[in-house]
Design a binder for this molecule. Structure first.
Ligand code: ZN
Length: 405
């Protein structure tokens, strides 16, 4: 016999008041309110929950985070400014210094995970640092944490060469090991400005991806034409290797400071190659124009990225407030624009991460959020915190707090 729950009076994104039937953790019916199908022959009495017209949306997708390097829940670590403008290499050195004095990694990762789950993210992609100094220590720790939280959240891990690949001898072999241990994707870092060898860096990344059948997700901070050049190189490789849907450029700041006609060309190239762009609408940086890229057919998704770490102190692990930030920085005012900002943290994220059973549809995993909002545009501007988070049809968090398991 299968366990069944019927959620009455769920307000869906299209305005329909619906009854949602969840059977063994998946949506088995989505029907207009009052029209839920009767339980099947031999079924036990379903659990009935009245959502009372609350807005029901699929769980958020936290598409880019660093579970190993956050100090969330640890002591406050004041931000150390770079000595001569933003410098990735210097920030990495500050990070090493901070991490040496931090609370155990598993504990910090757990703090951050519970923050994200409490806010409604039930799928996540985390980059995890791999380099000659830390070896596979971070990967091993975060793999174990992922296992402990498997029933609450689906986590993809990116083996992330935080100290470059060519400039940190031994890293290519460590990335290979990390993928063998269970990382799902291979990362990269500023092939031009960090390793100063775009071809050499990408050769390693894409060879490892091919060898392991893994995806690619590259941190690219380089701006302007240098950034654009690398975006084009990555898209060309994705296309040549038939990796549509499995390659991401994270940040891609360069797309935010090029002329519109150049951006249009880059957008068309990214869409044709099936390369997605991750942006967290960062501080005072130029960032990829969300509306223009979406219009070109590019999947644009988002993540918290750094939360209380050596890069910046901001971040709240709430993808709804991230949608708000994306909308705010993009000048989104109209309902369809606010809905687009929401799509970035939900369906577009699911597409970028390749989640197959996502959404409020029959057959999908019943991972959803109920919140007091009239509709999606209002949720994006009001960011209601009084949410209930359901994982496979069971409440797992309420008002930001994880419920007893
Ligand atoms: Zn990052």
């Amino acid at each position: 016999m299968s366990e069944q729950t019927i959620f009455h009076n769920a307000k869906l994104a299209d305005g329909l008041l619906a009854d949602l039937t969840v059977t063994s953790g998946r949506f088995s019916a989505v029907a207009p309110a009052g029209k839920a199908p009767p339980a099947g022959e031999g079924a036990i009495d379903p659990i009935i929950i009245d959502l009372d017209g609350q807005l029901v949306v699929p769980a958020f997708v936290e598409g880019h985070i660093h579970l190993d390097t956050s100090f969330y829940g640890d002591v406050w670590r004041p931000h150390i400014p770079c000595t001569n403008g933003f410098d990735v290499r210097e920030r990495v050195a500050f990070q090493a210094q901070n991490l040496a004095a931090a609370a155990p990694m598993a504990e910090r990762a757990k703090n951050q995970l519970e923050l994200c789950i409490g806010n409604g993210s039930l799928a996540m992609r985390s980059h995890v640092m791999v380099d000659a100094l830390v070896g596979l220590k971070h990967v091993e720790t975060i793999l174990a944490v992922r296992e402990k939280y498997r029933d609450l959240i689906d986590i993809q891990l990116v083996a992330f060469p935080q100290n470059g690949i060519l400039s940190s001898p031994g890293t290519a072999e460590l990335l290979d090991e990390a993928l063998k241990l269970g990382c799902d994707l291979v990362g990269g870092l500023d092939p031009a400005s960090f390793d100063r060898d775009v071809k050499g860096h990408l050769d390693v990344v894409f060879a490892l991806a091919q060898k392991h059948g893994a995806g690619v997700d590259i941190h690219l901070h380089d701006g302007g034409t240098l950034g654009l050049f690398q975006v084009e190189e990555i898209a060309a490789r994705a296309k040549a290797l038939g990796m549509a849907g499995h390659v991401v450029v994270s940040h891609a700041y360069g797309l935010g400071d090029i002329p519109a006609n150049v951006l249009a060309k880059a957008g068309a190239m990214l869409a044709a190659a099936g390369v997605a762009i991750m942006t967290n609408a960062p501080g005072n940086h130029a960032f990829p124009p969300v509306a223009a890229l979406r219009q070109a057919g590019v999947t644009v998704f988002s993540g918290s990225d750094n939360i209380r770490d050596s890069w910046w102190p901001y971040g709240d692990g709430d993808m709804l407030s991230r949608a708000n930030m994306i909308g705010y920085r993009s000048g989104f005012y109209e309902d369809h624009e606010l809905a687009a900002a929401f799509d970035v943290v939900t369906h577009a994220g699911a597409k970028a991460l390749g989640l197959e059973d996502y959404g409020i549809v029959v057959g999908a995993s019943a991972d959803f959020i109920a919140m007091p909002a009239q509709h999606v545009p209002e949720a994006v501007v009001a960011v209601p915190k009084d949410r209930t988070v359901y994982r496979r049809g069971r409440a797992v968090a309420s008002g930001g707090t994880i419920l007893a398991r």
